[in-house]
Design a binder for this molecule. Structure first.
Ligand code: HEM
Length: 493
C-alpha cells in the first residue's frame, strides 16, 4: 500500500472516531439541561473567555437560565448560577451534590492522597481528622489568634523597612500568611529571608497564578494531551514537586523526633494516627498522605488569604474615604496601644462590612472547586444523573441582582443596616457551601480580620498614581480572581 493510501485510511479512521465520539457527546448532552451547542473536541470553548470563565458563564446564564450545560472540551459540566440555585444544590441537596469533580492540575499530582480532591469514605475520614486536628492545635481559638498577632508584629516590622518607598506587597503578605499555616502544621515559623519559606511562598504564588490562567484551564480540560506538550503548565508540576520535597524533609525530621505521648503539631498527630492504623490494610494514613494533606492545606490556605489582602488594599486605595472610616473605628474601639483581637469585631460593624464587601466584590474563588453528583437527582425540574461534574459559580451568587441592588458597585452598605449595625446577607458564599465548604473558614476569617485591622492601625496605604487610575478588574478568573499587579507605599500612622 502506498503512503497516500495509508494516509487516506488514517484520515477515514480519525473522522469516523470523531463522528462516533461526537455522537456519544450529543447523546449524553440530551440527558442534561440545555445549553449552547458544543463542537466536537473543543465543546463550547469558543463561546467561553478562558481568561475569565466565571464572567462568561454568568453572561450565558442570562440566556439559558440558572442551570445549564456547558462542554469544556468534550466533557459536559452542569453550571449553577445565582443564590437560590447554588443553595438548593449545595445546601438543600448537599448529599447529592457533595462529591468532588476532577481537577487535574492538583489531582494528577496528589493522586487523591489528601482531602480536597478525593471522594467517598477516604475523603470523609480525612476531612474529619483534618478539622479535628486543626482545632486541637488551636485553630479557631485564642492560641491561633495570638500566633496571628505575633506574626502581624513581624509583618509591621517588614513594612516599616520599606521606608515609605514603593513596594509590591505580595511577597511580604505571602511570608506572613505562609508562616501562620506553617506554625499550625509544623509548629515553626521562618524568618522572611529563610530559603525554605521563600520556596514555599514562590511556588504556591506562582501556581495560584498559573492555575488561574489559560494554561491551567487547558491542563484541566485536556490533561492527557497537555502532559505531552511544552508550555507554562509544566511549571505547575515543577512547583508542586519543589513544595513536596520540603514537606517530605519536614515529615522525616518529625518522624525522627516524634514522642507519641506529646504531639507538637499537625504532623505529629498524623504520624501517631498512622502508627495506630499501621496494621489496617485499608488505612488512609500513610507517609504520602501526610505529605499531600499538608501540600493541599498550604496551597489552599495561603494564596486565598494573600489574594484577599492584596485585592482588599487595592480597593481601599481606590476608596480612601472608606479606609479612613475604618481607621476611625479602629481608633475608637482599639486605640494604638494594643493589637486588634477577634473580640473587637462585633464592636466594629463598619470594618466588618467593608471586609465582607471586599470578599463579595473580589470573589477570589469564583467557581469554587468542581463538584460531582453522587447519586441521580433533580434540580430546577431537570433530571441530573450521577457522576455529572458541577460548576457552582460562586461569583454569580455574589452578583445576584435579587440580593445586591448594584452588584457591580463596591458598596459596604450591602452589609450594613440603616442604623449602622451589621446586616447578614446569605448570598455571600466565599467559602463555598454544604458538604465541601472550606474547612479553613474559621482560620481564614481570623487572619483576614486581624491582618486588615492591624495593618490599618499602623499604616495608611497610598497608590503610586491617582486613585481614579486604579483598575479593579480581576486577572485570571478561573481558580482565582487575582487583582492587577500593583505597588504602593505604606505610610506609618
Ligand atoms: C480567604 C480564604 C479562603 C477562601 C476564600 C477559601 C475558599 C474555598 C472554597 C470556595 C472552597 C471550595 C468549596 C467547595 O468545593 O464548595 C474551599 C475548599 C477548601 N479549602 Fe478553602 N478558602 C480559604 C482559606 C482556606 C484555608 C486557610 C484553608 C486551610 C487551612 C483552606 C482549606 C481548604 C480545603 C482543604 C478545601 C477542600 C475541602 C473539601 O474538599 O472537603 N482554605 N476553600
Amino acid at each position: 500500500m502506498d503512503f497516500g493510501a495509508v494516509l487516506f485510511l488514517l484520515l477515514v479512521a480519525c473522522i469516523s472516531y470523531m463522528i462516533v465520539m461526537y455522537g456519544k457527546m450529543l447523546q449524553k448532552r440530551g440527558q442534561l439541561p440545555p445549553g449552547p451547542m458544543p463542537l466536537p473536541i473543543i465543546g463550547n470553548l469558543l463561546q467561553v473567555n478562558t481568561d475569565n470563565i466565571a464572567k462568561s458563564l454568568i453572561a450565558m446564564s442570562k440566556k439559558y437560565g440558572p442551570v445549564f450545560t456547558i462542554h469544556l472540551g468534550s466533557k459536559p459540566n452542569l453550571v449553577l448560577c445565582g443564590y437560590e440555585t447554588v443553595k438548593e444544590a449545595l445546601i438543600d441537596k448537599a448529599e447529592q451534590f457533595g462529591g468532588r469533580g476532577r481537577f487535574p492540575v492538583f489531582l494528577n499530582f496528589t493522586k487523591g492522597n489528601e482531602m480536597a480532591f478525593s471522594n467517598g469514605e477516604k475523603w470523609k475520614e480525612r476531612r474529619i481528622f483534618v478539622v479535628q486536628t486543626m482545632r486541637s492545635f488551636g485553630v479557631g481559638n485564642r492560641s491561633t489568634e495570638e500566633q496571628i498577632q505575633e506574626e502581624a508584629h513581624f509583618l509591621i516590622r517588614e513594612l516599616r523597612k520599606t521606608s515609605q518607598l514603593p513596594f509590591d506587597p505580595t511577597l511580604i503578605f505571602s511570608c506572613c500568611v505562609a508562616n501562620v499555616i506553617c506554625s499550625i502544621l509544623f509548629g515553626s515559623r521562618f524568618d522572611y529571608e529563610d530559603k525554605t519559606l521563600q520556596t514555599i511562598v514562590s511556588t504556591t504564588n506562582e501556581n495560584f497564578h498559573l492555575i488561574s490562567s489559560f494554561w491551567g484551564t487547558m491542563y484541566n480540560i485536556y490533561p492527557e494531551i497537555m502532559d505531552y506538550l511544552p508550555g507554562p503548565h509544566k511549571k505547575i508540576f515543577a512547583n508542586h514537586e519543589a513544595l513536596r520535597v520540603i514537606l517530605q524533609d519536614v515529615v522525616k525530621a518529625h518522624q525522627e523526633t516524634l514522642d507519641p505521648d506529646s504531639p507538637r503539631d499537625f504532623i505529629d498527630a498524623f504520624l501517631i494516627k498512622m502508627e495506630k492504623e499501621k496494621n489496617n490494610p485499608t488505612t488512609h494514613y500513610f507517609t504520602e498522605s501526610v505529605i499531600m494533606t499538608m501540600h493541599t492545606l498550604i496551597n489552599a490556605g495561603t494564596d486565598t488569604i494573600i489574594t484577599t489582602l492584596r485585592y482588599g488594599f487595592l480597593i481601599l486605595m481606590k476608596y480612601p474615604e472608606m479606609a479612613e472610616k475604618m481607621q476611625e473605628e479602629i481608633n475608637q474601639v482599639i486605640g494604638q496601644d494594643r493589637p486588634p483581637a477577634m473580640e473587637d469585631r462585633k464592636k466594629m460593624p463598619y470594618t466588618d462590612a467593608v471586609i465582607q464587601e471586599i470578599q463579595r466584590f473580589a470573589s477570589i474563588v469564583p467557581l469554587a472547586l468542581p463538584h460531582l453528583v453522587m447519586q441521580d437527582t433533580q434540580l430546577n425540574g431537570y433530571k441530573i444523573p450521577k457522576d455529572t461534574t458541577v460548576i457552582p459559580v460562586l461569583a454569580s451568587v455574589h452578583h445576584d441582582p435579587a440580593h445586591y441592588e448594584k452588584p457591580e458597585v463596591f458598596d459596604p452598605r450591602n452589609f450594613l443596616k440603616e442604623n449602622g449595625c451589621i446586616k447578614k446577607n446569605d448570598a455571600l458564599m466565599i467559602f463555598g457551601a454544604g458538604k465541601r465548604i472550606c474547612p479553613g473558614e474559621n482560620l481564614a476569617r481570623m487572619e483576614i480580620f486581624l491582618f486588615f485591622t492591624i495593618l490599618l492601625q499602623n499604616f495608611t496605604f497610598q497608590p503610586l498614581g491617582s486613585r481614579e487610575d486604579i483598575n479593579l478588574t480581576p486577572t485570571g478568573g478561573n481558580l482565582g480572581n487575582l487583582p492587577q499587579p500593583y505597588q504602593c507605599c505604606a505610610i506609618p500612622r
